[in-house]
Write a protein that binds this ligand. Structure first.
Ligand code: SAM
Length: 289
């Protein structure tokens, strides 16, 4: 049997605190202001839960958080997961946790052979495919719903062109996990084999080989902000105290100024690390500033 996605640490937990708190705000605002459908779209869904390597605790991941807390607010949930093993673990985990049944079968679309797990109440589609293709297609066929989209890769698998498609669609808040250390290492001289991945992540070949983490994040932010309606993009660096060698940054794009301000407050709240520690079953006291 496949295990849950592993490699989690305190910053994984902090990321999920931010996701969960913003989803509470998003659904509250949208429930009273948006008359049309709301969709939750997760481009890198994982297995539903994540193992924290430091202490072996397993915590709920984005899919379970969104479904358990906001089944009544979102009209549809779309989960993309490329790995077949993770795909099966995900729909089984959702099934166990929420008591739902999925019909799992090939997509039935000509020229496509990916698997889909379908549940109609609530409306959930788990798609075993590359989300770059999947969400770009979805954005083309659906323009009327408002989406909250979570882009949470591990590695350089979220293409900037996909993000441009999503931002260009409009009616969408996007929380992106930008792989800062991954970009920094892959952009280096001597890592030419990885430069293509950096190019796909940054959207072009206009980036330096030896910049600092902050410089790569600012450059990415500037490139996202070439889409003027989502300026300014809010970012937050996340680095675990036990492994300062690895950093990712959350980047948030949204057309609404008030929502951007709320996200900024959530990202920069004083109790973030304390809450992240609590989520993984550790006392937050004294472990991180
Ligand atoms: C960091 S994990 C996701 C964790 C999840 N968001 C959570 O909170 O539990 C990244 C997942 O993305 C999947 N993945 C990698 N490339 C992908 C792609 N192009 N499209 C969809 N899924 C992908 C991996 O198999 C892995 O399960």
């Amino acid at each position: 049997m496949t295990d849950h996605f592993d490699g989690g640490d305190l910053k994984t937990s902090a990321k999920l605190v931010i996701l969960e708190e913003y989803l509470d705000v998003y659904t509250t605002i949208m429930d009273s202001n948006w008359r049309q459908d709301k969709w939750y779209v997760d481009t890198h869904s994982g297995t539903g839960r994540t193992v924290i390597d430091d202490n072996g605790v397993t915590i709920d991941g984005s899919a379970i958080i969104a479904l358990e807390n906001h089944q009544d607010s979102f009209d549809r949930f779309y989960f993309y997961e490329l790995s077949e093993a993770h795909f099966h673990k995900l729909h089984e985990t959702i099934s166990d946790r929420l008591g739902l049944e999925f019909d799992v079968s090939p997509a039935g679309v000509e020229g496509e052979d990916f698997l889909v797990a379908r549940c109609d109440d609530p409306y959930i589609r788990v798609m075993q495919m590359d989300s770059n293709r999947g969400v770009s297609f979805l954005a083309d066929v659906n323009t009327s719903s408002h989406w909250f989209t979570f882009v949470d890769p591990k590695g350089l698998t979220a293409k900037k062109s996909t993000l441009d498609t999503l931002i260009g669609r409009s009616n969408m808040d996007i929380l992106i996990n930008y792989q800062t250390t991954g970009v920094l290492r892959s952009a280096a001289e001597g890592a030419e084999h990885a430069h293509g991945a950096v190019e796909r992540t940054m959207g072009d070949s206009d980036w330096p080989n030896a910049a600092s983490a902050d410089e790569y994040v600012n450059l990415y932010k500037e490139k996202l902000e070439e889409n003027p309606e989502i300026r300014p993009v809010k970012t937050k660096a996340l680095v675990s105290p036990h492994d300062a060698r690895h950093r990712f940054d959350l980047a948030f794009t949204c057309e609404n100024k008030t929502a951007r301000g709320i996200m900024e407050d959530i990202m920069n709240q004083e109790r973030l690390w304390e809450k992240a520690n609590e989520r993984i079953g550790q006392s937050g006291l004294g472990s991180f500033g």
